[in-house]
Design a protein around this ligand. Structure first.
Ligand code: SAM
Length: 271
């Protein structure tokens, strides 16, 4: 029998406990020995860079997103910076579900005037973070107050780049269509004109993603650039489901999506 929303997604005290367990689990990831990272190639990621530093680097985000980049693209950093080459103002990015420090460190100094990592852990900023004007906010991405805090820090500015790669997709709401849709809507609202996002979503939304991509292509293809890849495993970088979205000038204010009932019936056709 299909589980109810609150069975699939804990609320109240159960949610608090769930979040605390995640926070503790995530806090241990940073001290996992390198050989285990290589052995498992997943879920030991924390503070991953966009690009590989060495060919065998399993944690780099490009392992997840290379299939949504134009064929032959070897560097996410180069791709992103090239996409923004005509933007004169300093850019702003946020990693959601990660502290973003490694990304801030690998982007060309000064190209991004300020940046953010939003994470349950909210680790302390390093000296290097401070020098780069990189901020780390501790918060649950599923709570509106986390976005109030981010918007407060942005002081009216929007984000040019959003990266989310939480390993198990939107791991705190793995099979709630409604929650995932609400999150994407908020993230889209945070994006500036010509802003882009790289997002990993759970593989269980594959069919929905396929249909959604069709909808975007058919009706919004001239203002929303969208590329996706369908994966089979949420926790393995080369096999994750992910998309790239660019909100071009003239794109709709709200992210076009199926209504909740239609989306639910696509993901759970048997009710
Ligand atoms: C496997 S780590 C990946 C970290 C980073 N994105 C990377 O690729 O290296 C998953 C991260 O998501 C964060 N996270 C999970 N659920 C979250 C939530 N509801 N709100 C904020 N952060 C969350 C965890 O604290 C952890 O840092």
């Amino acid at each position: 029998m299909r589980r109810t929303e609150s069975e699939r997604f804990p609320i109240g005290d159960a949610r608090k406990k769930d979040i605390e367990d995640r926070r503790r689990g995530s806090a241990r990831l940073g001290s996992v020995p390198e050989f285990l990272v290589r052995l498992y190639g997943y879920y030991t990621w924390i503070n991953s860079p966009l690009d590989k530093r060495r060919p065998e680097d399993a944690s780099a985000m490009i392992n997840t997103f290379e299939r949504v980049l134009p064929k032959g693209t070897e560097s996410m950093v180069a791709y992103i910076e090239d996409e923004f080459k005509d933007e004169e103002d300093p850019l702003t990015f946020a990693e959601l579900g990660g502290n973003g420090s490694a990304i801030a460190a690998e982007l060309t100094p000064g190209r991004f005037g300020e940046s953010y990592g939003v994470d349950l852990l909210g680790k302390k900023r390093s000296k290097a973070d401070k020098m780069r004007n990189h901020h780390i906010l501790r918060g649950d991405l599923l709570l509106p107050k986390t976005y109030d805090q981010l918007r407060g820090s942005l002081k009216g500015k929007k984000l040019n780049l959003i990266i989310e790669r939480m390993g198990r997709g939107m791991e705190a709401s793995p099979d709630s269509v409604k929650t995932a849709a609400a999150l994407l809507q908020v993230w889209y609202g945070l994006l500036a004109d010509n802003g882009m996002m790289f997002v990993q979503i759970p593989t269980k939304f594959n069919v929905l993603l396929l249909k959604w991509a069709d909808l975007l292509k058919q009706h919004y293809g001239d203002t929303i650039e969208f590329r996706y890849t369908l994966g089979t495993m949420d926790m393995r970088a080369g096999s994750q489901t992910a998309f790239y979205l660019k909100k071009k000038t003239g794109a709709p204010e709200h992210l076009p999506m199926f209504d909740a009932k239609t989306a639910e019936s696509i993901v759970y056709p048997n009710g």
